[in-house]
Design a binder for this molecule. Structure first.
Ligand SMILES: [Zn+2]
Length: 332
C-alpha cells in the first residue's frame, strides 16, 4: 500500500490548508487551559514545538506528546460541527478515497478484528454485540458484518445526523448518540461484548473520559480495540513538526505503546496487546525526504533498494516503532 492511494497529495494538502485557516477562525479567541498529561496525569512536561498556534509538549514521565495549554472543549465541538475543513473531509476527501480505503484499510482491519475477537472474547453469549464507536460512513460495520454475520450483532454509534442516515441506508444498526449518552436500552439486551474505535483517540479533548465511557458501555471482561498514532513511530520521530500527521486542531494526543497502557490501566482496563502494524512509515518519509535532517535516514532512503525499504518497514512493525498503533484491552 502507498500513502498516495489513501491520501492523494493534492487533495490532502488542500484539506490541510483549509484546516490551517480554520484554526484562526475557531481557536484564536478560545480560552486555553494548562492540563496534566492525558496518559499518566503528571504535570511536568517539556515544550517540543509549536504548530499553527498550538503548543505541543512531551510528558517528562511517560513521553506522551500532547497539545498544552488546551483550547476549551467548546471550541473543538464548534470546529467539528461547523468548520469548512471538516465539511471538505466528508464531502470531498473521504468520498474520493472511500473505495481505496475500504479495500486497503477497512476490509483488512475487519479481518484482523475478527481474529482478535476469536482470540479474546470469552465464550458464553449467543450472538454477542460488537459496537463501532464513531461509525461514520458505516464501512467498517459493513465489512465486519459481511464477514461475521452469523457470529456477531454489529452496531455503530454515530452522533452526526448526516452520517446516521448513510448508515441507515446501508441497513446498519446505528445508535444516534454521542458515546457518553448511550444507555443499555440502546443496545440489544443492554450488553456489549466488544467495542472498536479507529483513529479517534488522537483527536479527543479528554481521552481519559472517553476510555471511561467505553468502560460503561462494555460488559465486565469485554474487549476494547483501538487504533491511534504512536509518538514512538518512525515517520513522526524523523519528521517531527514537519509531519503532516501533526495537524492541529485534529491530532492533539500522541500516545506511545508504553503510555497507552497507563491510560487504559488508570481508567479500568487491562492491556492485552499492543502492536504497530503500520505499513506507511517508510513511504511517508520517502515523500518528505527534503524535510529529514537525519543523514543516516537520508542516505538509506536515497540509496536503499526496494527490498531494503520493505525489510525496514517490517522491522518497524515488529519493534513497536511504526506510527500506526493497535491496542486490545479488557474491561476490568
Ligand atoms: Zn505522562
Amino acid at each position: 500500500m502507498k500513502e498516495e492511494e489513501i491520501r492523494p497529495t493534492a487533495l490532502f494538502d488542500q484539506y490541510l490548508a483549509l484546516a490551517e485557516q480554520d484554526v484562526f477562525t475557531y481557536f484564536n479567541e478560545a480560552p486555553r487551559q494548562i492540563i496534566p498529561c492525558p496518559a499518566c496525569g503528571n504535570n511536568n512536561n517539556t515544550p517540543v514545538f509549536r504548530k499553527t498556534g498550538f503548543k505541543y509538549v512531551e510528558c517528562n514521565t511517560c513521553k506522551t506528546l500532547f497539545v498544552n495549554p488546551r483550547p476549551d472543549e467548546k471550541s473543538f465541538n464548534n470546529y467539528y460541527t461547523n468548520s469548512p475543513s471538516v465539511q471538505f473531509w466528508a464531502t470531498h476527501f473521504y468520498k474520493e478515497t472511500e473505495k481505496a480505503r475500504r479495500e486497503l484499510i477497512i476490509r483488512p482491519k475487519a479481518i484482523k478484528v475478527g481474529q482478535l475477537l476469536e482470540r479474546y472474547l470469552k465464550p458464553g453469549t449467543e450472538h454477542p454485540v460488537i459496537i463501532d464507536i464513531g461509525a461514520g460512513y458505516g464501512v467498517f460495520c459493513e465489512e465486519l458484518g459481511a464477514l461475521h454475520k452469523k457470529d456477531y450483532t454489529v452496531m455503530g454509534i454515530e452522533p452526526s445526523p448526516a452520517l446516521q442516515e448513510i448508515c441507515r441506508q446501508k441497513k446498519l444498526q446505528v445508535i444516534p448518540k454521542f458515546l457518553e449518552e448511550v444507555v443499555p436500552e440502546d443496545i440489544n439486551g443492554g450488553r456489549c461484548a466488544a467495542a472498536t474505535s479507529f483513529e479517534l483517540l488522537e483527536h479527543l479533548y479528554n481521552p481519559g473520559a472517553f476510555i471511561r465511557s467505553c468502560r460503561s458501555l462494555l460488559d465486565k471482561g469485554g474487549i476494547l480495540i483501538l487504533t491511534t498514532l504512536s509518538w514512538d513511530g518512525f515517520d513522526l520521530q524523523v519528521l517531527g513538526e514537519k509531519s503532516k500527521s501533526i495537524n492541529p486542531p485534529h491530532h492533539i494526543n500522541f500516545f506511545t505503546p508504553h503510555s497507552v497502557r497507563l491510560l487504559l490501566e488508570m481508567n479500568g482496563f487491562r492491556l492485552l496487546e499492543v502492536t504497530t502494524p503500520g505499513k506507511l512509515d517508510v513511504d511517508i518519509v520517502m515523500k518528505q525526504l527534503p524535510d529529514v535532517s537525519c543523514e543516516f535516514v537520508r542516505r538509506m532512503f536515497a540509496k536503499g533498494d526496494i527490498p531494503t525499504k520493505e525489510r525496514f518497514q517490517e522491522f518497524l512493525q515488529n519493534s513497536l516503532m511504526s506510527s500506526h498503533m493497535m491496542i486490545v484491552a479488557e474491561r476490568q
